[in-house]
Design a protein around this ligand. Structure first.
Ligand code: HMG
Ligand code: MG
Length: 314
């Protein structure tokens, strides 16, 4: 990679020295793809992401295959990647059935996914918010008893396509419920990408006031309105060190039509490295992976950084 393909490093004061990127390309990135991606391509995608230096690579979901057909191959995929060394491979589970399937294959990082709004809880989980929390309670307990690390996603933290604005206290209630169950970390989902930086800071402040420490909080921004990097910067200023992103900016949620791709990992890495923040990621390898994946999906990556760094290939 030539020097013009690396950002100039100009650190900003008071930002974290290191950020852990929680890579969601193989799960959030692919779950909405209409054409089935072959299992071996998914496995190779995960291997390449790990090879690019990503240490947390969300692998798949053990959800109902009819609800997310693209991830119906979780049983075939997970064994192909589970022995990758030095990489945590979280998987999503919506209920006990999902947990059983995941544990049977040796998964040791589990994510449950709740919603701050009733409309999305119904659309995504076929349950009310409280019913879904009741489903998660034994799932989290059993996962912890099995020695797994548990992440609790909360979707629609900043806005909902059916309900509009989402009161912050509603988000905080679901966050604290998941934490009280024993979740090790939370991920604040801006499922439809409507958040802006002040909103992010306000939610983080409220969560701290409610007793949730910043080091247990990750942020999960979709980039629908082009705000994901600005929102990430606001979270970094608050001290957040876990940021979700999707290689190449792949993504969307099948049960929230207005959701587009996640924050692109390459765009995130460009900014973090420019700020002198360590990620452990090799940007050239990661970009090559997204170009490779874009060829499989037969369309160019929406990531600005991938396009800039690979203009000759795409
Ligand atoms: P349901 O229809 O209410 O399920 O769906 P049920 O509990 O009534 O069970 C019906 C049948 O499904 C039963 O089979 C169950 O065994 C079976 P039967 O007895 O009739 O033969 N079943 C399962 N089979 C396999 N694996 C399972 C499973 N569970 C039940 N895990 C359910 C409820 C939760 C299952 C369904 O709504 C579902 O799978 N939803 C998943 C939706 C999803 O994956 N959405 C995308 C991920 S969330 C996201 O993208 C947001 C995020 O990125 C953050 C953000 O951006 O905000 C995380
Ligand atoms: Mg998402």
């Amino acid at each position: 990679m030539s020097t013009e393909q690396l950002p100039m490093v100009v650190p900003a004061p008071d930002l974290p020295a290191r950020v852990r990127i929680h890579e969601v390309g193989a799960r959030d990135g692919l779950q909405n793809e209409k054409i089935a991606v072959p299992t071996e391509v998914k496995a190779e995608f995960i291997r390449r992401l790990a090879d690019a230096g990503l240490t947390t690579v969300e692998a798949t979901s053990f959800v109902h295959p009819k609800w997310v057909p693209q991830l119906a191959d979780a049983e075939e995929l997970f064994p192909r990647v589970r022995d990758l060394s030095g990489v945590a491979l979280p998987v999503l589970v919506p209920n006990r059935r999902g947990l059983e399937r995941a544990l049977a294959l040796g998964a040791d990082r589990i994510a449950v996914f709740a919603s701050a709004t009733e409309s999305f809880a119904k659309a995504n989980l076929n349950r009310t918010v409280d019913e879904s929390l009741s489903v998660f309670e034994p799932v989290v307990r059993e996962a912890k008893d099995a020695g797994a690390h548990v992440r609790g996603y909360v979707s629609m933290c900043f806005g909902d396509p059916w309900e509009g604005a989402v009161p912050l206290h509603q988000v905080a209630r679901v966050c604290t419920a998941l934490r009280d169950m024993g979740c090790d970390e939370l991920s604040l989902g801006d499922t439809i990408g409507v958040a802006t930086p002040g909103h992010v800071q306000e939610l983080l402040n409220l969560l701290n006031e409610e007793g949730v420490p910043t080091d247990e909080i990750g942020v999960h921004f979709h980039d629908t309105y082009g705000q994901a990097l600005a929102n990430t910067y606001a979270a970094l200023e608050h001290g957040v060190t876990t940021v979700d992103a999707s290689a190449g900016g792949l993504g969307g949620c099948p049960y929230a039509k207005s959701a587009t791709g996640n924050l692109a990992t390459e765009d995130l890495v460009w900014m973090l490295h420019g700020l002198g923040i360590e990620t452990g990621v090799d940007l050239a390898r990661l970009t090559a992976t997204s170009v490779w994946m874009a060829a499989h999906l037969d369309r160019p990556s929406p990531s600005r950084t991938v396009r800039a760094l690979s203009h000759k290939e795409q």
